[in-house]
Design a protein around this ligand. Structure first.
Ligand code: ZN
Length: 321
């Protein structure tokens, strides 16, 4: 089979797996739920040089290893890649040294790896989900830039590099555009959208009006940065209604022209960090005149779905017989 046929095979397998495990192809895919359903032995461990591993064991249950030092988005993509090896019944062990090879690099890569990689991509990023996410986040498909791809990846729960590859595979970006996007690295993109503050392996959720009413999936120590427009001279200002437990608002500032003239707009920014004790909750902001009762002119809310970042140990703790 040539490389294009392998990709088609992987796409078909991912589609079949979605049906088999009841995955909705238009919303974020819970790959760890599927791995629990499959019944593989999945183990997390901080590792230095590999993303993860697939360890077939003949007739018994295969083992999967995931590097817990990686950002959650990369762990999820690794998990989907390993699920590909498992679902397609690959016979040889695989140590993942570099996961995100580009579509151009497929020809020099082992066929099992091409299939697992494409399976992982189509499993986490089926076309309906990619298209829906682009629309929901208000991204201009014709002018996708690196922060757009980073946030799109974050919302779908995949890595930046894998998302660039998949956008290219789906022909949403041209190969030349993809090459430009690959020159940017997530570490720098995160810092750029986070007021030049480094966040290490944690993520930055930069939210604007397009995210109103959406669910977000941050992990502990992720930064949530909400930027909403307001017109200072109107007297209407955004303020926090409910501060959920574990969502700690650290900054409440205004950005933009110091002297926004009459009718001029500024950006009102709220910066929060997710703490260990966060649970499913709603963060709500209201736009109103602080001195006027019942003057609510707008509301912004996001559902916060904290994600577990595992350090070491199995996905499913075995029961002692
Ligand atoms: Zn592999």
């Amino acid at each position: 089979m040539d490389r294009q046929q392998l990709v088609v095979l992987a796409m078909g397998a991912a589609h079949k797996a979605h049906k088999e495990f009841g995955v909705n192809p238009t919303s974020r895919v819970d790959v760890f739920r599927v791995l629990r359903q499959v019944g593989a032995d999945v183990f997390f461990r901080p590792l230095r040089s590999i993303y993860g591993a697939y360890l077939p064991t003949g007739d018994s249950i295969p083992g999967l290893l995931i590097n817990s030092n990686l950002p959650l988005s990369v762990q999820r993509f690794t998990a989907a890649h390993e699920l590909g090896h498992l679902y397609l019944g690959h016979k040889t062990a695989s140590l993942e040294k570099g996961l995100d090879f580009t579509p151009e690099e497929r020809s020099g890569t082992d066929p099992d790896e091409v299939v697992a990689e494409a399976f992982g991509a189509f499993f986490l990023m089926p076309r309906p989900l990619v298209k829906a996410s682009i629309t929901e986040l208000g991204i201009n498909e014709k002018r996708i830039d690196s922060p757009d791809v980073y946030l799109l990846a974050l919302q779908m729960g995949t890595s930046y590099a894998a998302t660039v590859n998949q956008l290219q595979t789906l022909k949403i970006v041209h190969p030349a555009q993809a090459r430009e996007l690959r020159k940017q690295v997530p570490k720098e993109i995160k810092q750029k959208i986070n007021d030049e503050k480094a966040v290490g392996r944690h993520d930055v959720w930069l939210l604007n009006e397009s995210w109103n009413g959406k669910e977000i999936f941050p992990a502990v120590m992720d930064t949530i940065r909400i930027q909403l427009k307001e017109t200072p001279t109107s007297g209407y200002t955004w303020s926090l209604q409910d501060q959920p437990v574990g969502v700690n608002v650290l900054e409440d500032t205004r950005k933009g022209p110091e002297e926004a003239g009459i009718g001029g707009t500024q950006v009102h920014e709220f910066v929060a960090a997710l703490a260990e004790n966060a649970s499913d909750s709603t963060l709500t902001l209201q736009k109103k005149r602080p001195w006027e009762q019942g003057s609510v002119k707008g509301e912004f809310s996001v559902q916060i779905r904290p994600q577990e970042l595992r350090k070491t140990g199995p996905l499913v703790v075995p029961k002692i017989a």
